[in-house]
Design a protein. Sequence first.
Length: 218
Amino acid sequence: MSLPILYSLRRCPYCIRARLAILMAQQPVKVRDVVTRNLPVEMLQASPKGTVPVLVINKSEVVDESLDIMLWALKQNDPLNLLLSDKPLSHQTEMISLIYRNDNDFVPSLDKYKIAARYHHNNALTYRQECEQFISTLEYHLAKQTFLMGERPSLVDYAVLPFIRQFSRVDRKWYLGAPYSHLERWLNTHYQNPLYSKAMTQYPRWLDTKQEFLIGNV
């Protein structure tokens, strides 16, 4: 039986969180590294919308949303209990709510903030302040506990991590002086996890080499 294939772009935050979940789930998957300006025909045949990540499980099953890939992997195997299956339903509901707030509110503001800062637009401050509404929520949670849902990581930590990483790098000088010390501690904790380094491994582009790389194996 062939392994699932993940079409992935190294620095794409949606791909990063998909790879993190696959690694945490210890779910063997073959990675094909791609670039957006030259997507493989095989990927576009599997998912015509043309965005990464795309997980081809088999000929009849394709998952092309990053959060769905995370959930697929963790439903196969969740050794760290990232889905909080031992917690009341309210915890899981809160966790999913934070992820949706990240994806639907924070990320659009973050995208505008990154562009405005890059081109020195006057509205960069406005977009940063929009981002800070969500950042302040995370800081509030992390002031009380090590991770967003308690003393151990959960799905939400890895779902939002790549986007918080981006936010912290837009204006590094401002960020390091901002009142988000708990968020910075949380980020550094993730950076020090060897699995984060594995998730950020640089692979040769698949179209250039036709090489696939196995991740998620124990």
